[in-house]
Design a protein around this ligand. Structure first.
Ligand SMILES: *[C@@H]1O[C@H](CO)[C@@H](O)[C@H](O)[C@H]1NC(C)=O
Ligand SMILES: *[C@@H]1O[C@H](CO)[C@@H](O)[C@H](O)[C@H]1NC(C)=O
Ligand SMILES: *[C@@H]1O[C@H](CO)[C@@H](O)[C@H](O)[C@H]1NC(C)=O
Ligand SMILES: *[C@@H]1O[C@H](CO)[C@@H](O)[C@H](O)[C@H]1NC(C)=O
Ligand SMILES: *[C@@H]1O[C@H](CO)[C@@H](O)[C@H](O)[C@H]1NC(C)=O
Length: 269
């Protein structure tokens, strides 16, 4: 099942790949948490914190409202706090890290860091990026910018406006800024979704059925891969890695899922 194809030839050569194998072994083992009202959306917890039992929802692929739930991965009728971020987010690629909500400001090439405590915002411009006119990075989820947090911190995945390749920028959280930009040379036309874990970018095929491409962001080298993600169709709008929890979160055709059993997940709440 978990066999590498291509240049890696089945061998696990270094530590990132060992971690990668562990992450990938979780694929296809997702548990339904609950069905949502909307086909598109993102669900999040604070990626930088372990003992954090708040969860957030950003419904649809565009909106201004961030919904916060206490102790409730099931998103049932528990108390929820609604935050108006006062501008529109675009796509399903947002993330929450260390108390801030990071999102793509619709219609612009700006990424926003929104402090959930104070409501203060900081913006960063990503030059040479696709950000409008339906030229999405991830067409299935109408996403131009996909944030990711891994063991190394905050990243953003986007598409180059000159070559339509998948780019990855390392972001500094404080002060909010771009540290480095890497061109993976992989065509955005071939991407379904993607996440980053242990410094490795994982990209799914256009139907989001398999992980078909991996790129080591430290060595700046790619290797072929082929791992099942899901056996069914339907719109996958979000696939994110949570380094503190060592989990993947999905929003799969209107169902929210994670890569651990529901029982284990509830035990932690
Ligand atoms: C998860 O949800 C999907 C769609 O709602 C359903 O087809 C599938 O059978 C569910 N899986 C489990 C294990 O409940
Ligand atoms: C949630 O609240 C709605 C309306 O208040 C109600 O119709 C529904 O049954 C409730 N669901 C649960 C799971 O309690
Ligand atoms: C996280 O936030 C706290 C304050 O809320 C700050 O002191 C700390 O430096 C932040 N950590 C990172 C990695 O930005
Ligand atoms: C993007 O997705 C839409 C459906 O949401 C589809 O009609 C369109 O053909 C897709 N475009 C590309 C380039 O895959
Ligand atoms: C995806 O969700 C839609 C709407 O709920 C449903 O009609 C469709 O059957 C689902 N597709 C899959 C593959 O589960």
């Amino acid at each position: 099942d978990d066999t590498f194809n291509g240049s890696d030839n089945g061998k696990i050569t270094d530590t990132p790949m060992k971690y990668g194998r562990k992450i990938l072994s979780q694929l296809s083992q997702f548990c339904n948490i609950t069905n949502m009202q909307t086909t598109y959306g993102a669900w999040m917890s604070d990626a930088a914190r372990f003992n954090e039992d708040r969860y957030w929802l950003a419904e649809h692929f565009s909106g201004r409202m961030l919904l916060e739930y206490q102790n409730a991965p099931l998103f049932l009728n528990t108390s929820k706090k609604i935050t108006d971020i006062k501008m529109f987010y675009q796509g399903c690629g947002h993330i929450i890290s260390n108390g801030s909500f990071y999102f793509h400001k619709a219609g612009s090439n700006q990424l926003i860091k929104f402090d959930l405590e104070t409501g203060r915002t900081k913006a960063v411009k990503i030059e040479n990026s696709r950000y409008n006119k339906l030229s999405y990075l991830f067409n299935n989820s109408k996403t131009y910018f996909k944030f990711a947090v891994d063991e190394n911190g905050l990243w953003v995945i986007f598409a180059s406006s000159s070559h339509d390749t998948v780019m990855v920028a390392k972001l500094k959280q404080d002060p909010f800024s771009v540290q480095t930009v890497i061109d993976t040379a992989y065509p955005k036309m071939k991407t379904g979704n993607g996440f980053i874990a242990h410094g490795i970018l994982y990209i799914t095929d256009v139907r989001d059925r398999r992980v078909t491409y991996t790129f080591d962001l430290k060595k700046e080298s790619s290797f072929g891969a082929s791992f099942d993600l899901r056996l069914h169709d339907g719109i996958l709008t979000m696939l994110s890695y949570y380094p503190k929890k060592q989990l993947l979160y999905l929003w799969d055709n209107g169902s929210v899922k994670n890569s651990k059993t529901l029982d284990q997940d509830l035990d932690n709440v």
